[in-house]
Design a protein around this ligand. Structure first.
Ligand SMILES: Nc1ncnc2c1ncn2[C@@H]1O[C@H](COP(=O)(O)OP(=O)(O)OP(=O)(O)O)[C@@H](O)[C@H]1O
Ligand SMILES: [Mg+2]
Length: 303
């Protein structure tokens, strides 16, 4: 196991940011945390990468307790925090070599590694450029390169592709898949459900400091939603009428002010029934992790 957490709690003054969570991350696994803003994802990551101490509970990272052996843990961790914290006074290349100093990596090795990593994130052309001359996507790619400077066993990525264009996002996914092949374990948070589905072997859905469910993306979708979703636009029609018209079907239904969502294993018969009843604004599609997320954590914005 690369991480084992038991009854892990983090309290900031009056805020229970992480409220007794339990999870395990296996070697070579990509483990994801998803959940609404303020769910406690970043706080969990920060406890793992020795940035904030836990309030109570057990935590083992790479076989050690981060509050007792932070140096030993950090030596084998790569960290890409949620906010970029590159050194604005240094150029791209020097950001990497200076960072290598923290790990006592000999200068020549650091330079070679920095060159390789810049090529890896396709920033070689920018090596002499100052940080404030990079686009936000380039800064994110540089953060990922920096997280890899010490050849970590475990890479922690807090929203790695936030603000990236589709090309850059796919480049990062490609690179993370490559790292997986090289047996790097990963823990990732993201608000992009397609990203979580693409990258994660297992996912924990967090809300209000708790883990609600853990599982493989496919299993979570199958267990909580089903195979398919039918969306019906209400177009000013009361949801009650639609419910009445479909009462004979054993399907789960969720409504918002604009739409009703039906979750089913095979939606064919429901679809033809709706067509017979004259419903026109209908979409049938495969169920996704986004459906799971919204079902478990609610469709409303709650602060
Ligand atoms: N340094 C801090 N001091 C006090 N409260 C904090 C601190 N950091 C986070 N919190 C609180 O802890 C809770 C969890 O925050 P956290 O950053 O872990 O959420 P998150 O799941 O990463 O959210 P997001 O998706 O917005 O990044 C929130 O209520 C937040 O306000
Ligand atoms: Mg966060």
């Amino acid at each position: 196991m690369v991480v084992v957490a038991k009854n892990l709690i983090k309290k900031y003054k009056d805020t229970m940011a992480v409220n007794g969570i339990e999870f395990k991350v296996q070697e070579k696994e990509c483990f994801g945390f998803i959940g609404p803003n303020g769910a406690g994802k970043t706080t969990t990551m920060k406890m793992i990468y020795c940035f904030v101490p836990r309030t109570s509970g057990d935590l083992q990272v790479l076989g050690r307790d981060p509050s007792i052996h932070p140096e030993l843990v950090k030596a084998n961790l790569g960290v890409v925090p949620q906010d970029n914290n590159l050194d604005e006074d240094l150029n791209v290349f020097t950001n990497l070599t200076m960072y290598a100093n923290y790990f006592d990596i000999p200068k020549a090795i650091a330079r070679t590694r920095a060159k390789e990593l810049l090529a890896f994130v396709q920033l070689t052309e920018k090596e002499k450029v100052k940080i404030n001359e990079l686009s936000s996507g380039m800064k994110r790619r540089l953060m990922i390169a920096r997280g890899l400077i010490n050849d970590p066993k475990l890479l922690i990525l807090d929203e790695p592709t936030v603000g990236l264009d589709p090309q850059a996002r796919h480049l990062i996914w490609d690179r993370l898949h490559e790292l997986k092949k090289q047996n790097v374990s990963m823990i990732i948070t993201t608000h992009y459900m397609d990203e979580a589905t693409e990258l994660c072997d297992r996912i924990a859905v967090m809300d209000k400091g708790k883990i609600m469910v853990v599982g493989k993306p496919k299993d979570l979708i199958r267990d909580h939603i089903g195979e398919e979703v039918v969306e019906v636009m209400l177009m000013d029609m009361p949801a009650g009428k639609l419910k009445q018209d479909t009462s004979g079907f054993n399907v789960t239904l969720e409504e918002t002010s604009q739409k009703c969502y039906f979750y089913c294993r095979d939606c064919r018969s429901l679809l033809s029934h709706l067509a017979d009843k004259g419903y026109k604004h209908i979409l049938r599609r495969p169920a996704t992790l986004e459906d799971v997320f919204l079902k478990l954590t609610g469709r409303d914005l709650v602060d």
